[in-house]
Design a protein around this ligand. Structure first.
Ligand SMILES: Cc1cc2nc3c(=O)[nH]c(=O)nc-3n(C[C@H](O)[C@H](O)[C@H](O)COP(=O)(O)OP(=O)(O)OC[C@H]3O[C@@H](n4cnc5c(N)ncnc54)[C@H](O)[C@@H]3O)c2cc1C
Length: 463
């Protein structure tokens, strides 16, 4: 009874985070009296359901002392951390110990003078935005959604030609190595460790706290508009120059693209955003289902149905407009190419997508400023991000086989959390500090306790 009770408690605490505790098989014979029963195995799955594992233990430490005990207990079998499980690659799966920092969440302190905040690493971006706002601060930028945990949001980015990925605003970290030792690093103290740990895929140890640069809370004015695809491709660089945040979505097989711009707004009235994304997705899917085999007719009908003059507006707090909800699940690849090649590359990607009649999901094109983290896909390079999605339950192999080669042609650096098939030799050629990172990893975790099979392959570690 007690064991079942504990299982239910873990299940409800982690519900919606991709972790469940598998109930005992009802058909299995009851254990004989006096026989020891084992606790139900935790089962973990990522957001889209394509990654999963059955770890031996799921640990949710509440502080650094408990975390150190968990890591020591995990021993040579090792451990992996999970944030919100929103990565599509196999970064998380382990058959050893899985650690969630969901109980190590919230803001530790803020400093108005220095414009910075220190937070527990398990804090979800949504919680962070709300708690910062309550204290008069905001993050500089945010990704599409804000479900991710701060430490898990590995190289996660939004859009804006002058706006880097989230980790670029990290100016200090506390990192617990596999043997339970805490290392501190900041821009002044041990800056090399900071540059490596900012994007470290959970391979250097467990990040327990981060200190980040923040801004005074600010409002944005968002405008959404449609344009013929060719016009959007031609105008994109200039739109990115003119607006704080600019991105566009290509609506495949329609001849149209939807642009989104955000600019600082000092007024006080708020205008709630209409949430039409799901309607648009449903219509694009229907068009594919009905007319997928007749691409010319599909485009003609789309041209008749889409009102190119339609616009939307919203005014609100930055975090309320920058991130949104994504109820329709998908699998995704996302690559970051040099800024100057962005439009040429996306033209080829769109052409490849439109050679497939089954494609309906919009492609997302964004701008990201470079930074200096060693494994940042934006390392010393302003970039454009080209993200291609396939609806959950539909084939997604072509994201690697047909879109991957186009990314490679343009020296694209993959998003670590999104589907790609690059291996150590190709990655070493893309990341100038690759060898330095691997040397530091070997120093901090010589026995590879924080690695899983996927990371071993990614890093080219065979021993
Ligand atoms: C619907 C959706 C929308 C998305 N939108 C965007 C977007 O707009 N922009 C973008 O760039 N990406 C986006 N992503 C990708 C997502 O932001 C990244 O994959 C991110 O890394 C997921 O964060 P997470 O908290 O779920 O981490 P997880 O996927 O759970 O883990 C990611 C990595 O972080 C490690 N980790 C977790 N916690 C710790 C810790 N405390 N210490 C050390 N390592 C740790 C894990 O071991 C793993 O290696 C999106 C994903 C989805 C599903």
């Amino acid at each position: 009874m007690l064991k079942a009770g504990a299982g239910i408690a873990v299940t409800s605490a982690l519900a919606g985070r991709g972790i469940e505790v598998r109930a005992a098989d009802a058909a299995a014979p009851a254990p004989a009296a006096g026989t020891a029963t084992t606790a139900p195995a935790p089962v973990w799955k990522n957001w889209s359901g394509i990654q999963g594992c059955t770890p031996t233990a799921l640990e949710t430490p509440g502080n650094e002392a408990e975390l150190a005990t968990v890591l020591r207990k995990a021993g040579a079998a090792g451990a992996r951390c999970v944030g919100a499980g929103h990565s599509f690659t196999a970064l998380v799966p382990t058959d050893a110990t899985l650690i969630s920092l969901d109980r190590m969440a919230g803001i530790v302190s803020t400093d108005t003078q220095a414009q910075m905040a220190t937070l527990h690493a398990g804090t979800r971006l949504a919680q962070l935005s709300r708690q910062l706002d309550a204290q008069g601060f905001g993050l500089r930028n945010l990704p599409d959604i804000d479900a991710q945990s701060f430490a898990g949001a590995t190289a996660t980015h939004g859009t804006g030609k002058d706006l880097p990925a989230l980790h670029a605003d990290v100016i200090g970290l506390r990192l617990m190595t596999p043997n339970g030792e805490v290392l501190e690093c900041s821009t002044d103290r041990n800056p090399e460790l900071l540059a490596a740990a900012r994007v470290s895929l959970g391979s250097l140890g467990v990040i327990t706290q981060a200190t980040v640069r923040v801004l005074p809370a600010f409002n944005l004015h968002r405008r959404v508009f449609l344009k013929p695809l060719q016009a959007m491709l031609d105008d994109a660089p200039e739109l990115a120059e003119r607006h704080r945040n600019f991105e566009f979505y290509c609506l495949p097989h329609t001849g149209y693209a939807a642009g989104i711009v955000n600019d600082l707004y000092t007024g006080t009235d708020t205008v709630q955003p209409p949430s039409a994304d799901e309607d648009m997705l449903r219509d694009l899917r229907r068009l594919r289902d009905w007319l997928g085999w007749f691409p010319s007719l599909r485009r003609w009908v789309a041209g008749k149905l889409i009102d190119g003059a339609q616009t939307e507006e919203a005014k609100n707090r930055s975090w309320k407009l920058l991130s949104t909800q994504r109820p329709t699940k998908f699998n995704e690849t996302d690559c970051h190419v040099p800024r100057a090649d962005g439009i040429a590359c996306v033209r080829e990607v769109i052409a490849a997508l439109e050679r497939r009649n089954d494609v309906f999901f919009p492609l997302e094109f964004r701008f990201i400023k470079g930074d200096d983290a060693w494994l940042s896909p934006f390392h010393q390079r302003d970039s454009c991000s080209i993200a291609v999605h396939a609806a959950q339950g539909e084939p997604y192999d072509y994201l690697l086989s047909e879109i991957g080669p186009i990314y490679r042609k343009y020296q694209g650096g993959p998003h670590w959390g999104k589907l790609h098939d690059l291996k150590a030799p190709q990655l070493a050629a893309l990341y100038p500090r690759w060898k330095d990172f691997l040397a530091l990893r070997a120093q901090l975790d010589p026995d590879g306790r924080m690695l899983n099979p996927y990371l071993r392959q990614l890093f080219g570690i065979t021993a």
